[in-house]
Design a binder for this molecule. Sequence first.
Ligand SMILES: CC(C)(COP(=O)(O)OP(=O)(O)OC[C@H]1O[C@@H](n2cnc3c(N)ncnc32)[C@H](O)[C@@H]1OP(=O)(O)O)[C@@H](O)C(=O)NCCC(=O)NCCS
Length: 388
Amino acid sequence: MIASSLPPGDSPRLVLVPATPAERLECTKLNSVAWKGPLDLESYIAREDHLLAQQLTGDGQTCWILVDGTQPAGARTILGACESYKKKALLAYAGQVEDIATHGVGSVYCRPEFRGKGYANRMIQELSVKLETWQLEEERRTRSVFSVLFSDIGKKFYAQHGWKPFPSSHIALPSLGGSDEEDGAAAGLPSARDLSAEDVKESMCSDAVFRKARESLRAASERTPHQAKIAIAPDYDHFVWHWAREEFYAEKLFPHSGPPLVKGAGEDRARVYCAWTRVFGETPEENTLYILRWIYDEPASPAQAQMTAQAMAAVLRRAQRQAHKWDMRHVEFWNPTPLMLQAVALLDPDAKVVHREKSSIASLKWDGAKQGLGNEVEWVWNEKYAWC
Ligand SMILES: CC(C)(COP(=O)(O)OP(=O)(O)OC[C@H]1O[C@@H](n2cnc3c(N)ncnc32)[C@H](O)[C@@H]1OP(=O)(O)O)[C@@H](O)C(=O)NCCC(=O)NCCS
């Protein structure tokens, strides 16, 4: 289709449909320009296929394309594309916790020569309608309660379509060479240990941990019964999905280093644990070790708070050292709690919380009001693991 014959963004001929496998491949090739980073095209396609094969979304990943509905499948011009990922989620309302399904949205893309014609606007408008019922036929709730995305184009565009910005802050610490023994600052901290994938599973994803998390959600919901609370289920599959990505990059970029086996750190006495992933950017400057999720008990006394903050600081120190080993410049984690800030202050009193305005804006579309779940919603565990 030549540019002059393109339909306008509000044309009734435009439809949003799931892509065929060949069209999905075409989308990957098109958006590679924006997202392949340090990979070559072939490796980028292989990365996308590798992620598609992960357990996290199973058959629940859909590549959507905006096309002229009068063109036949197989010969349609892709005017815009995006993906949705069905995920497990939790809903707490009026003191009850429910397992529900949700969708994450990502890979929103329009090729440069078709931009500025309203295709992204139309695509997201259509998607918002599709996701109200998409893949929910077999769920107890057959209509969407909420969906999420992480905007890299600021806070305005997606908000117009219902995905409102939620807390999107982070704190970053530099990577650090050396060892705990040489480090005077770390000397006063308890000793944390590295976590393997199996350790993360055991300490952060056990039935007991999930029961406790669910109970804390229920108790919070009882305290504010008319404010719905939602969370993306922080299950092991999420971590594995992020690790599949980091391992893919590590193999391509550091073929002689072996896979990154240290997947987090923990301090057993205070029961503070975190899982992380390494994100390789276009340049090493952008390489960042992201903490995907924290687990810790809410302290019941100032003395316990002190102990927990120290354990967190020790865990963060391990993250800084691990980042250094993998040529990462920073350790970053999202939406720090006051306790985490206390921990950071033990390591770097000058570290500041950054409130993002443009990239990775956690955005949530709340459909619960139509289902009698009120107008207000809190996003619980709004951490990096939920990113897609
Ligand atoms: C973002 C993108 C999909 C927009 O496509 P498009 O077809 O040009 O968008 P539209 O013509 O429908 O314009 C949609 C709106 O988004 C705004 N917009 C477009 N690109 C933007 C950007 N980089 N930052 C902020 N707003 C942007 C437009 O100004 C327009 O606003 P309006 O509705 O108030 O007029 C396209 O620029 C793209 O593919 N960029 C590279 C990949 C990317 O960044 N994707 C988004 C990931 S969250």
